[in-house]
Design a protein around this ligand. Structure first.
Ligand code: DAH
Length: 343
């Protein structure tokens, strides 16, 4: 009996190996594993085996059965033979081969933007939006950047041809500060504010030469908080709280006096960051901030005698690079999956 089993196994496996298409595999299954197949045919003979050998032979019988079944399973799912009726063999309810297709995820900039919105939301800021295609008035004039100011030079901005020939020059916005203006105008026109407490994340465009820290398109997040008696202390508290919430309790930050046409006083907001793992941390400028200039409030119909406020604008790429130790801004836009998969 043991010899017969061994022969059945060897022959069965080699015949299965030779089966070239789905029809042959199925014929093999019927011949060997079917209800009238060779394996079944051996079963009744177990009763003729001497009592003392029964356990060993029974064990071997199971072994051969499972080897043949295993080989059959492997062959019919392994795919070197095309199933004769492929349509009926595909189970559409089975999950696909996810690993080989690759699982997508949101881009790191999108994730950082959402994290920032979340942190500021917890501090009471809601989200405001504005267009990327802007006009001179919102990008410059109402932000206290008059005609002739060097920031308006065509070489530093993406002005666009305007087929509508509107009276105001149009451009891709160079800063999200435009949304401060639009939000104040909207609040005054519709009577919902001030008080105003908004942030606005979005794309901005500048014709900068691309290098490790510059790109012609990047993202900023703008903040505006207007209320009665808002002071520089509120600004500092908000920014420090934000930095600790986003970067952790140990975040090393400072405000440094600076100048922006739309804030008075103005400051730059720096943080000590090591952009490369293991490198000495250095002060990196994250953005600008300050108390909203009364001229800006007035231009939007807000009475500076009654309301005061602070504003800030950060580069989202800088924040992402600082948090995730990304040494080169270009990595964020080249979309090399080998890089994106690491985040
Ligand atoms: N808009 C400025 C820039 O792009 C950043 C900035 C500075 C925004 C001061 C502000 C601010 O809201 O108050 O460089």
């Amino acid at each position: 009996m043991l010899d017969q089993l061994a022969e059945l196994e060897t022959k069965g496996l080699s015949e299965l190996d030779a089966a070239a298409d789905a029809g042959a595999i199925e014929a093999w299954r019927i011949a060997y594993l079917g209800s009238k197949g060779r394996l079944k045919a051996l079963m009744p003979r177990l009763k003729d085996v001497p009592k003392e050998d029964k356990a060993a032979v029974g064990k071997r019988l199971n072994e051969v059965k499972s080897n043949l079944e295993g080989a059959f399973k492997a062959k019919s799912s392994g795919g070197d033979a095309v199933p004769a009726s492929a349509g009926s063999m595909i189970d559409m309810t089975e999950p696909g081969l996810i690993d080989s297709a690759g699982v997508g995820r949101r881009h790191i900039i999108t994730r950082v933007r959402d994290e920032l919105v979340e942190v500021f939301a917890q501090m009471g800021f809601s989200v405001a939006e504005g267009p990327e295609l802007e006009d001179d008035e919102h990008n410059f004039i109402k932000l206290n950047i008059p005609q002739g100011h060097p920031a308006r030079e065509p070489i530093d901005n993406f002005y666009v041809d305007d087929p509508l020939k509107s009276s105001l020059p149009r451009m891709l916005r160079s800063q999200t500060s435009t949304v401060q203006i639009r939000t104040m105008e909207d609040a005054v026109a519709k009577g919902w504010g001030p008080p105003i407490k908004v942030i606005s994340p979005g794309r901005v465009y500048r014709p900068d030469t691309v290098d490790a820290t510059h790109s012609f398109m990047f993202h900023q997040i703008e903040g505006l908080h207007l209320d009665r008696d808002v002071s520089m202390v509120d600004l500092k508290t908000t920014l420090f709280q934000f930095a600790r919430a986003y970067f952790g309790e140990g975040a090393d930050i400072r405000l440094r006096p600076s100048f922006f046409p739309f804030t008075e006083p103005s400051a730059e907001f720096d943080m000590k960051i090591a952009l490369k793992p293991g490198a000495e941390p250095a002060w990196i400028e994250l953005g600008g901030c300050g108390m909203v200039d009364p001229n800006v409030l007035q231009a939007c119909g807000v009475d500076p005698e009654q309301w005061s406020g602070f504003a800030f604008g950060f580069g989202i790429e800088r924040l992402a690079m600082g948090k995730y130790n990304i040494p080169d801004i270009r990595l964020l836009f080249e979309n090399d999956v080998r890089f994106l998969e690491q985040l």
